[in-house]
Structure formats: structure tokens, C-alpha cells
Design a protein around this ligand. Sequence first.
Ligand code: NAP
Length: 247
Amino acid sequence: MSMEGSIALVTGGSRGIGRAVCLELARRGAAVAVNYAGSSQAAEETAAQCRRLGVEAEVFQADVASPAACEELIAAVKARFGRVDILVNNAGITRDSLLLTAVEEDVSQVLDTNLKGAYFCTKAAAKLMVRQRYGRIVCLSSVVGLRGNPGQTAYAASKAGVLGLVKAAAKELAGRDITINAVAPGFIETDMTAVLPEKARDTMLGAIPKGRPGFPEDVARAVAFFVEKEAGYITGQVLCVDGGMAV
Ligand code: NAP
């Protein structure tokens, strides 16, 4: 199994799951484009860690909530590395609130980042990949997108939307050796979950048969499985990495 010579773009590669994905792909030999929104230092640190693993790595600032920025991001990676073989749509945010109290600005921000961000990065990357006749795409969904979660209606809608994108795009792109799959994490220890109130945290942990939270590396290994060259017959699938939470 190998990713030697592949060029991988990871959105939101500065922290959390995205950073772990960058490092896992670097470990397997891919050159890595590390996208971030605001955390330039953290992104530089991810890139430095990738380089220490013996691959090329560079940071690319872009707000994936802007479709124009998504196009520019793909163009910038192509200009620097010549192609894009692997795209991991990982950038994501939460703006939690109950349905009855949700405000439009938060709902839009969540949908624009999590769903439209994945959509327009995929669209721009797929244009290149169709010409290359090769590509591997993974979108980060969530167990919440499969099961729902009170207080996360917008987030759940965005993560369920990603699954529709994956399934439809899988059918459109399969003939060109381009796969697109989803990884649906459960409760993973990152900045995103560190802000949860203790009660919510305990409830979620109690629902994990494995008896522990997941780590970014657990998710990164699943992403890496899908983007190996040898995984070319697997497309349109959703893999939960959740310690049994959604079973
Ligand atoms: P995190 O620690 O909060 O990191 C979020 C990452 O996304 C950061 O690198 C951030 O960049 C980037 N980002 C946010 N908005 C962006 C934008 N508009 N444009 C570009 N990059 C942006 O989150 P995480 O826990 O690692 O989550 C990663 C993905 O997994 C998300 O899609 C999340 O929904 C999904 N997920 C997480 C869990 C979990 O339990 N943690 C569970 C299920 C699904 P900056 O550093 O520049 O802000």
C-alpha cells in the first residue's frame, strides 16, 4: 500500500482530526497541502511535522465557506504541486443551539462551512481529477449526521448533507477512477469537543460501547484507508469511527 508521489490536500489541517490526517498521509508518503482558516501558526506546525516525516508540505490559507476561495485553494495547490490526487474535506465548525432558538447567521455559517465548503472544494478538485483520470476524496461527516442530536440541528443537517453529496458524486465520478467516501466520527478528543459542558460530555461518553473517546489518529487511519490507490473499488460509502456509538 502506498501514497508515494501523491499530492494530498486536507482542509482544516491545522488542528485536531485534520492535523492527524495530514500526518498519517505524510507517513504513507504523500506530499501534503495543509489548509487552514485562521490558525497560521498551527498550520505551519502541521506542515513542519509532515516535513520531518520526509515529504513536502506547505500551508494554504482559505476560508472554505466561500466558494470562490475553494476554487482559488485548489488552483493554488495545483500551481504549487502540479496536481491534486487526494482531497480530504475535513474543515468544520459547530454553532450549537436548539431548533427553536437557532439564529439564521449561525445556521448559515455551519451550512456554508461544513456542507458548501465540502461541495465546492469537491467540485473544484473533481474538475482536475477528471482530467487526471484519478482521484481520492473523503468527506468528514459525523455520527450526528446519521443519528441526529438535540441541540445540533444545523450541524446534523450539514453532516447529513455531506452524505448526499458523497453518494451522488460517487456515481458521477466512478468512471474516471475517482472515489469519494465519508468517514463519520463519533466523539473525538479535539478542540471541537473540549468546549462541551461536562454533562453533555459524560452523556456522550456513556453512549460509547468501547468505553473511551476516540482520538484524531483513530479517524486519520480510516481516512487513509479510503485514499490509498488500492481502495479504488470502494466508493459512496460511510465508515463510522465511533467506538460502536452508532451501532
Ligand atoms: P477542530 O479541532 O475544531 O478543528 C477544525 C479545523 O477546521 C481547524 O483546522 C480549522 O482551521 C478548520 N476550519 C474551520 N473553519 C474553516 C473554514 N471556514 N475554512 C477552512 N478551515 C476551517 O475540529 P475537529 O474536531 O478536528 O473536526 C474535524 C472535522 O471532523 C469536522 O468536519 C468535524 O465536524 C468532524 N467531526 C468531529 C468530531 C469530533 O468529535 N471532534 C465528530 C464528528 C465529526 P483553523 O485552525 O484555522 O481555525
